[in-house]
Design a protein around this ligand. Structure first.
Ligand code: SF4
Length: 511
């Protein structure tokens, strides 16, 4: 149970007798209803029973049943959790259903999160499905939008969960429909306990936003560079590695014409390629020159600074140690600056392995996105072993990493849970989770609201939210919106530092 929920009576609305039977006894504590198929039956059911509250006001509502697939990616038996419903009353956004996505995926189901269309007829033909899919709707049914419209009121969580029976590839035909209908109902049956768990999230919360959070100057610059390259140069524009480590940013740029590759051998000669914010080794630049590629370098200036230090320290004959994470794009680029001359250490335990010809001439560098405290431990171990060790005059861990860690530490103590928006390959996002946990709070990483598990929220009414430097700000808004759809939310922001840093764009795109 969350903070101030007063009632856990979930109302599950089904249309067909078979849908009702599939969920009967499967949703602990819920009241099941059958509204009948299509808008007319829904209207009659609403008049007779639900909307006037004569059956008792529910604390949450789920419309559950089967649907037709529109998105070609859908297969019979896939689950659709509606991000919004579209019908004769217009469009209603359903932010509160997002945690159902994670909960149902945890059951091993294939779950999609997208717009659900409600029509007054069965859609069968391939052409019509294609036309409807072109509107962005992923699935179609005959009741959801009308039921949602009837129950739309502040503070009442409403979700729509539908299991796909037919698709364009497997249309409504007698044998296939019988088989896939049985399969869909079997899946629907499995969703029951998850619906109850989701409904128990209804309640009030406090949200504390960490400031700063989300995009840093280096990430904004890198994304701007790709966007400007897409405007200025013939498509496709290639990007070596993920421009920044965030799945949403990458997907968005892909839809606009960027093609992400791992290595330059996937890039055709004489095309445009952008190097990511994490930097590249000189060997990669040399290969691009040899291939006459039009290179635009989105390396963050603060990463470029570490590369310059690597050249300076090795150039004067030092043994150079890089504190960083093995295999990270940034570490790879820095090590490649002077191949074979820089030794990587990940933790204090690695320091004993460092080989130095002259212990009096050792220097160290750092990956820009390390956990400040962890890095300090490793630096202490290095200083103990090499008392004369040198480093750059300014910190290698960048301002954005440091600020976000301090900001999350500042809210962690006052919250029951910290949600960090970011992708699993984002070093600075992972560090924010570690910092929050070290401060004694439960903390989880999520790419977006659909990855937030109900069990994370259960019994935790004070929620801190931050986002890694590569995570778009709208992801935070969507999580706050999701919580607001589950009940009243008091939102405050605790600003640790105001960032005013910006970086100029490189010549390749700015002229
Ligand atoms: Fe640059 Fe730091 Fe942002 Fe990385 S996290 S892109 S180093 S400002």
């Amino acid at each position: 149970m969350t903070g101030a929920a007063t009632d856990t009576s979930l109302l599950v609305v089904t249309a067909l007798r078979s849908e009702y039977a599939a969920l009967a006894g499967r949703v602990p504590g819920a009241r099941l209803a059958r509204c009948g198929m299509g808008p007319e039956n829904v209207a009659g059911w609403l008049d007779a029973h639900a909307a006037d509250g004569s059956d008792g006001a529910p604390s949450a509502v789920v419309v559950a049943g089967v649907a037709g697939g529109l998105d070609p990616a859908l297969r019979p038996g896939d689950v659709v959790v509606a991000s919004e419903v579209r019908g004769r009353h217009g469009r209603a956004v359903l932010r509160g259903g997002a945690p159902l996505v994670a909960e149902l995926r945890a059951l091993g189901l294939r779950v999609h999160h997208g717009p659900m269309l409600t029509l007054d007829r069965v859609v069968g033909g391939t052409d019509e499905r294609e036309q409807l899919a072109a509107t962005g709707a992923v699935a179609v049914d005959m009741e959801s939008a009308d039921v949602v419209h009837a129950f739309a009121r502040p503070g009442l969580p409403v979700a729509v969960v539908r299991v796909v029976v037919d698709t364009a590839a497997v249309p409504l035909m007698r044998v296939a429909t019988l088989r896939n209908g049985a399969k869909a109902l079997g899946v629907l049956r499995r969703t029951g306990p998850a619906l109850a768990r989701w409904a128990a999230l209804a309640g009030s919360r406090e949200v504390v936003l960490a400031g700063p959070r989300s995009f840093c100057a280096g990430v904004e610059r890198a994304i701007d560079i790709v966007e400007m390259a897409l405007q200025r140069f013939p498509h496709p524009v290639y990007v070596r590695r993920q421009i920044v480590h965030n799945a949403h940013v990458v997907r968005d740029l892909e839809t606009r014409g960027a093609v992400f590759v791992d290595e330059l051998d996937e890039v055709p000669d004489e095309t445009t390629v952008v190097f990511s914010a994490h930097g590249v080794a000189p060997a990669v630049r040399a290969e691009a020159d040899r291939r006459a590629l039009n290179v635009i370098d989105a390396t963050c200036p603060l990463v470029a600074k570490v590369h310059a230090e690597a050249r300076r320290f090795t150039g004067r004959g030092d043994t150079v140690v890089l504190i960083g994470h093995d295999g990270h794009d940034e570490t790879e680029g820095t090590l490649g600056e002077v191949p074979g001359r820089i030794q990587l250490v990940e933790s204090p335990a690695d320091v004993a392995q460092v080989q130095a010809d002259d212990p009096g001439r050792v220097s160290f560098l750092m990956q820009t996105t390390l956990a400040v405290d962890d890095a300090a431990d490793t630096v202490a171990a290095l200083r103990q072993r090499f008392p004369l060790i040198e480093s750059s005059a300014t910190d290698d861990i960048c301002y954005a990493t440091t600020n976000r860690q301090q900001a999350v530490r500042a809210i962690a103590g006052d919250t029951d849970l910290v949600i960090v928006l970011g992708s699993p390959n984002s070093s600075n996002s992972l560090r924010l989770v570690e910092v929050a946990r070290r401060a004694g709070t439960t903390a989880h990483l999520a790419d977006d609201a659909t990855q937030i598990r109900p069990e994370w929220l259960e019994g935790r009414p004070r929620i801190g939210i931050t986002a890694g430097a590569s995570a778009p700000p709208h992801l935070v808004d969507e999580v706050v919106g999701m919580l607001q759809a589950l009940g009243p939310v008091a939102v405050t922001e605790r600003v640790h530092t105001v960032e005013e840093i910006t970086f100029t764009l490189p010549k390749g795109v700015s002229q």
